[in-house]
Write a protein that binds this ligand. Structure first.
Ligand code: COA
Ligand code: MG
Length: 292
């Protein structure tokens, strides 16, 4: 079995320009932080944001958490400022675990992202995460996720950028996310087909905890590994809702115990607590217990 990825239940965006938020994030029980150099940093503050992200990384305050840097997108034309190159030049040697690339559209963009890291001599341990936030990326999601099959791939995780998708698809914003369901499900399917993790988009109403919990449960139900967050008040619920419940754990332990009885050693299917239980349920149970 391949090495399981770290848990990614709660993944908090932190504007790299915001010193208080950087300090606060280090104290929170999040699985990962995304230090944002893109949307959360104004154009005139990019240089300052980069140097704060770098200082925070180098200070070691995030020890024990996965640290991801969201960089700016590829420059749109030859004479546009190359914010991405400046981001990578400053950040890559400071030891992030991953770089999150925004506005991916095609598999060629994934290649471009990986080449950009190689160009900046990024350590081979540095992973690539991708924002899935353009209609084109959703249309081409299978080919994009398939880039994880290359032998030297850095691809590890997809992140839904639901606000940008809502904007570009010209959708109304509704609590059910009905019009987004295709994009969300197609992306989960592609992630699973190629062994990637995938995180749900953010919930903007930071004081609406009931709405947030409902959206976490919807995301978990759709198969996401965790949720991207924008505020400390969302951390506890994301950790709780994306972890197995006590009941899930008890059921998994019962399945494992039953399959490990000597009399069941050669059996493909048994009955546990009145349910037909196959070896695939044993595999699911072991994964759940391993990752609790
Ligand atoms: N990460 C870490 N700490 C955060 C935080 C975040 N995303 N959002 C808020 N905090 C901190 C604040 O700094 C404050 O800390 P303090 O008590 O030490 O001052 C505390 O949590 C309470 O914050 P609050 O006053 O409720 O919120 P705010 O008005 O300071 O900030 C936002 C509200 C929306 C501006 C802020 O939550 C934010 O910037 N979120 C992330 C936005 C982002 O990255 N967007 C791009 C990706 S979608
Ligand atoms: Mg965006």
């Amino acid at each position: 079995m391949s090495v399981p990825s770290p848990r990614r239940r709660s993944v908090l965006y932190v504007p790299a320009i915001n010193e208080r938020a950087l300090a606060k994030a280090a104290t929170l029980p999040v699985d990962a932080v995304i230090l944002d150099l893109e949307d959360a940093v104004a154009p005139e503050a990019k240089a300052e944001g980069r140097s704060r992200a770098r200082a925070a990384l180098e200070s070691g305050i995030f020890a024990g958490k996965e640290v991801v840097i969201r960089v700016n997108g590829f420059p749109e034309s030859g004479d546009a400022p190359d914010l991405l190159a400046d981001d990578l030049a400053e950040i890559v040697q400071a030891g992030p675990q991953a770089i999150l690339f925004p506005k991916i559209r095609t598999p060629a963009d994934v290649e471009r992202a990986q080449s950009a890291l190689d160009h900046h001599f990024a350590d081979e341990s540095i992973r690539v995460w991708l924002m899935i936030e353009t209609p084109m990326a959703v249309l081409r999601i299978a080919d994009i996720a398939a880039m994880a099959e290359a032998e030297d791939t850095r691809l590890a995780c997809l992140v839904m950028g639901t606000n940008d998708l809502v904007k570009d698809m010209r959708l109304p914003s509704t609590p059910s996310r009905l019009a987004l369901l295709h994009a969300l499900s197609a992306s989960v399917l592609a992630a699973r087909a190629y062994g990637l993790d995938i995180l749900d988009g953010v919930y903007g109403a930071i004081t609406d905890s009931a709405g947030f919990e409902a959206e976490c449960l919807q995301g978990k139900g759709l198969g996401f590994d965790g949720k991207t967050l924008i505020h400390p008040g969302q951390v506890e619920a994301a950790n709780r809702l994306f972890s197995p419940s006590e009941a899930d754990l008890a059921e998994a332990m019962a399945i494992i115990a039953a399959f490990e009885l000597p009399e069941n050693a050669g059996k493909g299917v048994i009955t546990v607590a009145g349910r037909m239980t196959e070896r695939l349920h044993y595999e699911i149970a072991k994964r759940l217990v391993l990752r609790r």
